[in-house]
Ligand binder design. Structure first.
Ligand SMILES: [Zn+2]
Length: 446
């Protein structure tokens, strides 16, 4: 395994700007060979999976892996033989461990689980250091203070990354500040006005509500960049954020628990792949390649930086359209557009009859961690009737799980003064929209 130290990464990123695309592809190819060799040597799962792999292999020779296979073979899958799933689960049962290193070496991140089986991914130092430098060098450009809006009680990758970096480099705590995306907007505005960030990062829905606050005159800040992640940034939301923060460049990034920071958007709204650290293949449902310009059914992701839990041709449900023609922004290499998860900002009413707008992702994370839920969808009818469509895990007590979901929803909405509403358990499972075919985890119907 090659160690990616901070100085080595900084030198790489300085050089990478001047390298040709074919040179970058050579680097990626070498990194792929390196990680495949490492996985085969250290992981019983990959040793068996790559048993018949030829010495000179192509990317397509590597069998794809999915979340279910990874999670059900976890102890054999990881390359550190001392890592056991039961110990990781015990570690994440304590929320005080968010951002701490498991076994003093690995950052633990869990997926939001919106597509069924949630996964647990360990990131080693190579992975966290690459993500930190990549983020700073390629799109944040070291502008501080930076404020990140995170749900602070879940082991999400963005939250873990930031806390982990601050813990290792305490000086960063002065320039990178976390704001809990589950707080009320009065609390959030108070915090943000105090921090006066130059750069803000958060879910698209949370940034939209922050823009509303700025347009109402409740924020006194002048950011130069607003970065959204996690949800699809709609043109309307982008316009609103631009109007609220006229000096800010508004971009979205494409990341995930398994990959960290995979791609970022240019001014032409194209996602540019960080092709020196990731390989992204658009495929159909049978893992056959999908040509440029055609929307894929899913993608296969390869993360070239994480050795402890190799992500090699890992199947993910995102639908993307890949392109190789030159982008007007001048960046080299592949770019793509992504059909991201979209949710609605919900509008409910508080005890005084005032409208309350709620960002969807923080709300989703109120329900998602409840034990017994495999997947769920929340539909708000009018402004006060919540329908919960829950796909329960086998063997779970449906009544108990639903009662806990309702209790958590009431506790969360109580913070916003929303008290008069109903919560009903639906007979329906979570489903895609009949009209658009898209899955929205949280939406409002008039
Ligand atoms: Zn571009």
């Amino acid at each position: 395994m090659i160690k990616y130290s901070y100085p080595a990464l900084i030198i790489h990123f300085l050089k990478a700007n001047h390298l040709s695309q074919s040179r970058l592809e050579d680097i990626a190819r070498r990194r792929l060979e390196n990680i495949v060799r490492y996985a085969k040597a250290r992981s019983p799962f990959f040793r068996a999976l790559y048993k018949n792999l030829p010495e000179k292999f192509t990317l397509e020779d590597l069998p794809p892996v999915d979340k279910k296979t990874m999670m059900s073979n976890f102890d054999d899958y990881v390359t550190d033989r001392k890592v056991k799933l039961a110990d990781v689960q015990a570690f994440i049962a304590d929320k005080g461990n968010i951002g701490n290193d498991f076994h003093r070496r690995y950052l633990v991140a869990t997926t939001s689980g919106s597509t069924g089986v949630p996964s647990i991914v360990l990131h080693d130092g190579n992975s966290t250091r690459s993500a930190a430098i990549l983020t700073m060098a390629r799109y944040m450009k070291c502008r501080f203070p930076l404020t990140a809006f995170c749900v602070d009680d879940v082991f999400l990758i963005e939250n873990g990354n930031i806390r982990n970096n601050i813990r290792k480099m305490p000086l960063l705590s002065g320039c990178i500040r976390l704001v809990n995306a589950k707080d009320t907007y009065e609390e959030i505005c108070r915090n943000v006005n105090r921090i006066r960030p130059k750069v803000m990062v958060g879910y698209a829905g949370s940034m939209e509500l922050l823009a509303d606050q700025a347009l109402l005159g409740n924020l006194h800040i002048d950011p130069v960049q607003v970065i959204t992640s996690g949800e699809f940034l709609t043109p309307a939301t982008r316009d609103k954020i631009r109007k609220a923060f006229p000096k800010a460049e508004v971009i979205s990034v494409y990341g995930c628990t398994e990959g960290n920071v995979v791609a970022y958007e240019c001014p032409h709204r194209h996602m540019h792949l960080n092709s020196d650290f990731y390989i992204l293949e658009p495929v159909d449902n049978c893992n056959n390649p999908v040509p440029d310009g055609v929307v894929s059914d899913k993608v296969l992701l390869t993360n070239l930086a994480n050795f402890v839990q190799p992500i090699i041709r890992f199947s993910m449900t995102d639908r993307i359209t890949m392109h190789h023609e030159p982008c007007p922004c001048g960046r080299q290499g592949a770019w793509f557009t992504v059909e991201g998860r979209s949710n609605d900002v919900l509008t409910m009413t508080d005890r005084d009859g005032n409208p309350v707008r709620l960002a969807p992702l923080p709300f989703i994370f109120v329900i998602e961690p409840i034990e017994g839920i495999n997947n769920f969808q929340m539909v708000l009818h009018g402004s006060s009737d919540i329908e919960l469509r829950i796909d329960f895990l086998p063997g779970s007590d449906h009544e108990k799980v639903f009662a806990e979901a309702e209790r958590e929803i009431r506790r969360y909405l109580g913070k916003f003064g929303v008290e008069e509403f109903t919560v009903t358990l639906s007979d329906l499972p979570p489903q895609r929209s009949a009209r658009t075919g898209k899955f929205r985890q949280m939406y409002q119907e008039d």
